[in-house]
Each structure stands twice: as C-alpha cells, then as structure tokens.
Design a protein around this ligand. Sequence first.
Ligand SMILES: [Fe+2]
Ligand SMILES: [Fe+2]
Length: 397
Amino acid sequence: MYGGTFNPPHCGHVHAAEAAAKELRPDRLIIMPAGIPPHKQLSPGAPAPEDRLRMAEIAFGHIPGAVISASEVKKTGKCYTVDTVEELRRREPECSITLLTGTDMFLTLQEWYRAERLLSLCSVAVVSRGSEDDPKILSGQQQRLKKTFGTDVIILKTPPLPASSSEIRAADPGKDPSVPAAVRAYILERKLYENAIPDDVIRRLKCAAEETLSPDRFAHTLRCRDEAIRLSAGRDADRSVLEAAALLHDITKECSAADHLKLCEKWNIIIPQDAWRTPAVLHQYTGAAVAEHVYGMPESVCRAIRSHTTGSPDMNETDRILFLADLTEPGRAIANDPHVRLVREIAEKDTVEACVEQLAYEIRRLTENGKEVFSVTLQACESLKERILSKNLEEKQ
Ligand SMILES: [Fe+2]
Ligand SMILES: [Fe+2]
C-alpha cells in the first residue's frame, strides 16, 4: 500500500511505485491518496480530493497490479494509516500488507498514530534516497523496528528519482517536467493549482489596499472580503482568490477620470464604449489591470474584479460571489433596502439566482429612469437566466 497526498503525483512517486511493483511483485499495489492527512494541512488551494484521486489514477494506472483506492479520500475528518490498514485486514484477514514509504516517513514510523498497532499489522518497504541516505541510519531503523515491533523491513534496491511536490507546487505543476505528462495535461485542463494565493501575498494586498484607499473605502473593502469568504464556504470558489479579489476590487475606485485614462494607455486596457459614459464602472477594468500588472494576480482574481459592478456573461462562482458580496456586505448604506435584503437571502441558497435578481433589478431601475443599461449587464443577465432554465430542464429530465 502506497499512501500520500499526491498533490500532485510526480515522477518520483511513480518511480517508487514501479520499483515496488518490480521488486516485491505484490498481488495488488494499492495506491491510497490521503483525505485530510493527519500530519499536515493541504496547501491552500489544493485540488479537490476527486481531482487528486483522478491524478493518481492517471499517474499510477499503468503499473501492473495497481489499484487506486478512494477509501481515504472519501472519508471526512482526519484519517490515519492504521485505520486504513485495520480496515483492509478486516475485509481480507488472510492478506499480508506491506507499507511503501520514502525515507523521511520510514525514519519516523515509530511516532505515527498507534504505531505499535500499525507496525504489528504490516511490513514496510522503503525507497531510499540513494547516496543521500546513510545506509547505517536505514539499517539501524530497520533493526529497531524489527526488535521493537517485530516488523519486517525491506529496503528497495532501485535508485530513487528525486522530486518534491511542494517544490513543484511553488513552480508550475502544469508545466513541471517532474510531473508525468498526462497528469500535467489533466492539471491544465482542470486549471488546478491556478488559484492558490499564499497568505503572505494576501497580507501584502491588504496593506496595499489600506495605503491606497480612504478609511471608509478600506472599511468597505474589508467587509466585502469577509462577506465573500463567508459566501464561499461549501461552494466551488477558492477562498484565497476571493480574498485577493475582494481586497483589490475597489483599488482604483478613487482614481480620477484622468488617472483611469492614464492606466488604460499604459496597459492598453480595452473598456467597452458604453462604460466610458459612466465613470463609476471604469474602476472594475482598471482595477483588474492593476491587480494583474502591479500585484501579479492570476486571471481568476482579475476576472472577478473586472465584472464586479456590471456583471459579465460568463461569470463563474468566484465572480458571482464577489459581485454579490460587494452589494450585500452589511455596512453599506443600502444594507437595509428591501431589494438588497432579498438578494442577500437568495445568495445564501443560489448565487446564480441572486445575481439574476440583482442584474434584472438594475436593468429595470436604469430603464425606468431613462438611463443607459450596459450591454455587458444585459448579456450577463440573459446568460445567467439561461443557466437557470437549462438547470431546471436537466432536473426535470
Ligand atoms: Fe467597486
Ligand atoms: Fe466595492
């Protein structure tokens, strides 16, 4: 059994599994992507468990005897190896289990949760790090585990292939050659790892907003952030992306028309014709460009900023949450307006319907007052309505 977060699985993992398959010739090589690992938190913005499972299937599926197990991934709450091994044993009392580990894990096995029980239920195979590992330390641990727990330890002979998931994540998992090509393709297709924004970057964005904005605007920004984070719970939206987008959403709100123009010239920002006639919406376009060019934010952040006042036809969950949080954050002067209260109520259940409610209201209000409605707002409202219709249809079928 080979467990790990596989976040993402890399060639070093695959190589270790191949080595074990070759040298140990097990009936089955169970690859066990961890659910919530007990020894560490997953990195912020880590792919959903189903995506890690799928990546493991792609990475290890070709190995003879490999079976990718979903049993840890499916569990809620912390999950310990000893529980998984006990469960395997219960289901198949006759089987003998070998735990495949790297050197780091191997050297700390005696500290694992219920180590005594775990090490009485299985033997251990270690993929050493070759010359990096002192053979004396490995054989010392081998003897210690045998003496203390009666555990058999096999040290695999195949030289390892060094790679590190955390280094890969820090670079670019979709392009890193130490990630198998098919896994990279999956990462790119699913846009995994594009969303995580590290905490220190978030802190810097908060300082930047505080320095740039008036106290009132900054206070609104923080309330909008809190509301966005609250709305993101249990939804398909990355918290760190929303946090960054909310902190920067009004970053150019207090700019003059001349400043907006300068920014547009500097970065060649395309602003729809009708938006030029309403200065209040310019900041969503220039704000998105500042987020990109000044703060290096990914497109997931910029696109949410770019549609936070007018909406846009292809709004995703993150975009919708920022759009709504900006309106429904509790400190706004209009917070008790019956319409805003209604939008807030709907947003608790469905962000698509809440956005339609707000966009349709805005369209009505502008039309009744003889004002121009942005084409992008009309398109946003129509496309979201279509989504509701097709979802209703799907549910009926
Ligand atoms: Fe705004
Ligand atoms: Fe705002």
